[in-house]
Write a protein that binds this ligand. Sequence first.
Ligand code: NDP
Ligand code: MG
Length: 328
Amino acid sequence: MQMYSEADVDHSCLADSQITILGYGSQGRAHALNLKDSGFNVVMGLRSGGASWSNAKADGLTVLEPNEAVKGAKIVMFLTPDMVQKALYESVVDDIEQGATLMFAHGFAVYYKQVQPRSDLDVSLIAPKGPGGLVRRQYEEGHGVPCLVAIHQDSSGDALKIALAYASGIGGARAGVIATTFAEETETDLFGEQAVLCGGATELIVAGFETLVEAGYQPEVAYYEVMHELKLIVDLLHEGGLKKMHKFISDTAAWGDMISGPRVVDSASRAAMKEILNDIQDGTFARNWVAENENGMPEFKRLMQEDLDHPIEKVGADLRGRMDWLQD
Ligand code: NDP
Ligand code: MG
């Protein structure tokens, strides 16, 4: 494993350079404000009708239409949803300077050939391993969210140097930047969010809730048990791994964890994980997701509504409403 830290960063490669960021959502806002606070010259490329335009202006940033914003930029960072990056790239490519760097926070568009970058450009990836809100908060506290770095195209010979300087600017080099490839970042990221972080975790919560409620227990008690309390466990894991969790939970909980966990996540679940990974590796997932977008996302909307209509959402909203400090 190759891990870079602040000591490996040479900021001089970005001295007096313009960094243009396309998108001011979860990641875009965090990157732009962190880079600005780190002393870089940041220009936002946003559509004038969108909500982001006024948000970025209110935060004191320079805001232009995307094709104006990329002019003169040494780095153009794509922080819009993955599915709009192809059309956005095609609309700005003629205004991007020769020899500039295209950057991404997730490899999807490049790895699945949605974006096929001009050959004179450097193409790299700085992927923070955390949501944008955390990227900003950790930076403000003097810390950073760890990042992955990958190089897809190194026309200048400086692609890595430039990517590491960017990672430093958003605070990522404080925590460490691990070298990877676009393939590894894209495939592991998709697998993680599908099988474990988002898909796996929420399905586990909902199934646990339904099991308790169907058995006649109060929904409120079930909610506290399977959703609210998960934060305590995740915080312990995040801070100190399995060891710290085991130190803080009771012996009864630890015993139950060790003998019952493998009954839930059993060989069938592991086989399903392998299938999910295969679909990601052979491009099936990407093809279906791009097609779903092109069709106007009917299945996406239907499934999302199903999630939002689930009884755990009603119980959860009522209970969380009594804890107004959670709204912060
Ligand atoms: P968001 O969904 O938060 O991006 C929203 C931004 O994109 C807004 O500024 C919006 O502008 C703009 N946008 C949306 N559609 C268009 C369009 N058609 N043309 C131009 N601009 C548009 O994105 P994320 O921050 O979630 O993701 C950005 C990238 O970072 C992705 O590649 C993602 O995979 C990656 N990533 C995301 C993480 C996360 O925490 N969310 C974690 C790590 C990586 P407007 O207001 O005008 O609609
Ligand atoms: Mg991820």
